[in-house]
Design a binder for this molecule. Sequence first.
Ligand SMILES: [Zn+2]
Length: 408
Amino acid sequence: MIKKRFKITTLILLVLLCLFCFVSACTAQENREGIMVIKVKQQKMALTAKSGGTDTILNGEIVYKISETKRGIVYELNSLNMTGTSINVKDGASGPISIILKPKTARSTYDLKKRVIQSEFIATVHYPLIDQLKGYIKPKEGEREIDEFRSYTETFSGSLICALSESPRIGTTGKIKTAAIVFKTEVKEAVLGEIVNVSGKMTVLDVQVIFPPFYFKKVINIQPVFVRYTPETGCFGGTTKATTGGSYNTLKENAMKMWNRCCLGLNFLPPAYIDNNDYRILSSTEEANLMATYNNANAVEVFFVEVGDPVGLHGGGVCYSGGTANTKIITYDTNLPINLYNLAHELGHALNLSHPPGNSTPGSLMEPSGFCADNPALMSNQNCDNASNPLFYYVLTTKKCTRNINMP
Ligand SMILES: [Zn+2]
């Protein structure tokens, strides 16, 4: 009898032990997946142009996913966002260079002894000279809102060798002293082919390893630009200065709300102002001139004008060169009180999303609107997954963000 009871007790204890092991293994597993964010120093990098050797000043972040598996520690190159300063070529200045990892193209291996991660990848490259000489990919005919002027981009192949000065402690958030990086990328499919390759050793500014209960947030800077003008008529016509941007607060709050559903942060910078009576009401021929008046290399510029000329020119606004560091948006104050989500929608284009059914979801925020029609306030997993721009940077946070999408 005693023997039997002993057996049952042992059995119960064993079951409880197994259950405990299972639960703790699951929790431990979650704590063993993290990321490593490498901020590179703003630095000169050798660039071979079609017209000869030169250099560009490169700036950006490299992000690896770290996980501990039965086979050991696995590093995956998860993001590579780089921008380079303009170079001079035969046809003029290239304009700022965008280099961004093409999703799911990277293959990485890790040498535990040498602490070296080697990756091969495909990158999408853009510089504004492409837009100037080739124009934009034409918006689809018959669309309600012709508001998306996508750039032609070049495809580069690349390799990245990253030697860590020490091994990160799996499950622990902290910094690694340094990393030695060798970066190489060369053109594979050209549009202009002005840039042949970019390569060199990268000096690292900071190597941050992040494991729960610490998290990261992807953030992008937004630069609002308002137009100052002198109204010709009205009580103070011809004397008092006025500015566009009356729709700013409402459009900004709604844009932040929508992209926060994807856990993507929009960091709005203090507004900049340009003085020009002509840009208050904007025709399509004035758009390029307006956009040339202000450039922040680290932000998406959003120009607020009162209205397009003709009214309804692009629906509620327009985005040029989406998905690149050179992307710029024009939005109309006359979106209010009808279209509260126009800026959120145009920012979707700036984050590389097209109208559905391209790489966004039918019926969502990325659905085009007509004049006086709202872009839907609906966000999907597909929109969140495909949102990308080389200007995104990673911020350490203690807040775990979970997506809060409101459509399937
Ligand atoms: Zn659109």
